[in-house]
Design a protein around this ligand. Structure first.
Ligand code: NAD
Length: 437
């Protein structure tokens, strides 16, 4: 597409719709409110803290990203969501146990007002949980229409001028793209006939897109990553992106692996294991949900290391990922990596990483950035898959036939160059010959 000729200003409120009011979404909303009240810093958020270099290194032009492109301001964000449980966002955040009670108390009145709408849920897709706050309908199409109605009501009651949806619901069972996902018409027929391969997350995506609302997918579910919904996104001028927030262990992988490859260090094996005790961990105990997550986590190294191009270095890599549900840890996951590398003349070495991370603390700023960037993209007239947001995902969506970029540093350059391109600034190639002429 051509460079956007103009970007509409972010006038009025931006409504954020969250299917899934669990650990990630409540940590995100609580954090936005704490930052708005001046009680915390938005650490980890590129839109809030990042700068962007423009022109030559000698030009000394590095504005904040939020000053460079017209983003919605935090004060203008308003929130809504759906969940299978009736807990309001405060109760859900207290239950998730990510933020300490002192921080939660400061935002209790705000979070308590956010009450979940009834969810479109199918127990076959998330086997480990069940809840009472669920929509009823003759078929999946009716449920999708009810979600559309929810969106329209939220738009009215919140008086938001624009909306963005970000899936923060549980990881659903593994679904492969099939014929029913191929066109908008077949997709509607499949919803009407209650086809088993139409997952609830797809209903939210369909309802959002056909309501003109951008959609980000934070989980590894197929969700919006099917041709039917991508065609609709194009037709309705809606930007979309996914899948699976890149946090924790995979973030570390996409930081470390590009470094090994850049220095032509070989890899024999990479064994990753995790313990986590939150609801997400419980859901991933189910083999169907785990398979969806595993696919998402495994693909990363293959694309970064390119074993076909470097068979001597990466042709025999053994890559294994394990996730173990261990309740005592709650949201504070521990991820271990044992990396068997080899160097000059094939001599072996080992690297051990023990990351005591906080999953939702890493995910919350990603939700914020995605919401603000998707809204920006829509105001700039961009639609369909937003590959420049790969930076935030474990399994970035791409055009058919294109392999995804997983290297965090390539992703970061792609994101920043897209912002420069949107504003008509020179792209930065890091060539730098001009400094030596
Ligand atoms: N925390 C991270 O770092 C991270 C990283 C990558 C991806 N994710 C993904 O983000 C998602 C959210 O993670 P979390 O830790 O907040 O999980 P969570 O279990 O705390 O929250 C998910 C919520 O979604 C609700 N839900 C399930 N199906 C629903 C449906 N059909 N409609 C509405 N609500 C539904 C559940 O009841 C639950 O409250 C998960 O899919 C997870 O795999 C999280």
């Amino acid at each position: 597409m051509d460079k956007p000729s103009k970007i509409a200003p972010p006038k009025g409120k931006l409504g954020v719709l969250l299917p899934g009011l669990g650990a990630v979404s409540t940590t995100f909303m609580a954090g936005v409110e704490l930052v708005r009240k001046g009680k915390a810093q938005p650490v980890g958020s590129l839109t809030q803290m990042g700068t962007i270099r423009l022109g030559k290194r000698t030009d000394a032009r590095s504005p904040l990203i939020k000053k460079f492109v017209p983003l919605a301001e935090l004060k203008d964000l308003t929130f809504g969501g759906w969940d299978i449980f009736k807990d309001n966002a405060y109760q859900s955040a207290a239950n998730a146990g990510v933020l300490n009670p002192q921080d939660l108390e400061k935002v209790k009145p705000f979070l308590s007002t956010i009450k979940p709408m009834k969810a479109a849920f199918d127990h076959d897709f998330v086997k480990m949980i069940d809840g009472p706050n669920i929509k009823k309908g003759k078929n999946k199409y009716e449920l999708a229409l009810q979600i559309k109605e929810d969106i329209a009501n939220f738009r009215k009651t919140s008086r938001a001028s624009r909306l963005v949806t970000c899936w923060c619901g549980s990881t659903e069972s593994f679904v492969k793209p099939e014929e029913v996902h191929s066109t908008p018409e077949k997709f509607i027929e499949a919803m009407k006939s209650n086809h088993p391969e139409i997952a609830p997350s797809m209903l939210y995506a369909w309802a959002s897109i056909t309501s003109g609302v951008p959609y980000a997918n934070g989980a590894p579910n197929l969700s919006v990553d099917i041709p039917a919904l991508q065609t609709l996104a194009h037709d309705h001028n809606v930007p979309i992106c996914g899948k699976d927030f890149k946090t924790g262990q995979t973030l570390m992988k996409t930081i470390l692996a590009p470094g090994f490859k850049a220095r032509m260090l070989g890899l024999d094996g990479w064994f990753s294991t995790n313990i986590l005790g939150n609801r997400d961990g419980e859901v991933l105990e189910d083999p169907g949900s785990f398979k969806t997550k595993e696919e998402s986590k495994l693909s990363v190294l293959e694309y970064i290391l390119q074993p076909k191009l470097y068979p001597q270095l990466y042709g025999k890599l053994f890559h294994k990922v394990r996730i173990n549900y261990y309740p005592p840890r709650g949201d504070n996951k521990e991820g271990w990596d044992n990396i068997d590398i080899f160097g000059w003349l094939g001599y072996p070495m080992q690297i051990k990483v023990d990351f005591l991370c906080r999953d939702s603390i890493l995910a919350a700023p990603i939700v914020l950035d995605l919401v603000l960037f998707l809204d920006l993209a829509q105001r700039a007239g961009m639609r369909g898959i937003q590959e420049w947001l790969s930076f935030y995902f474990k399994s970035p969506m791409t055009a058919p036939g294109l392999y995804p970029e997983h290297d965090l540093f390539i992703q970061s350059m792609k994101l920043k160059n897209t912002l420069r391109w949107m504003k008509g600034e020179d792209l930065i190639t890091h060539l730098g010959q001009e400094y030596y002429d």
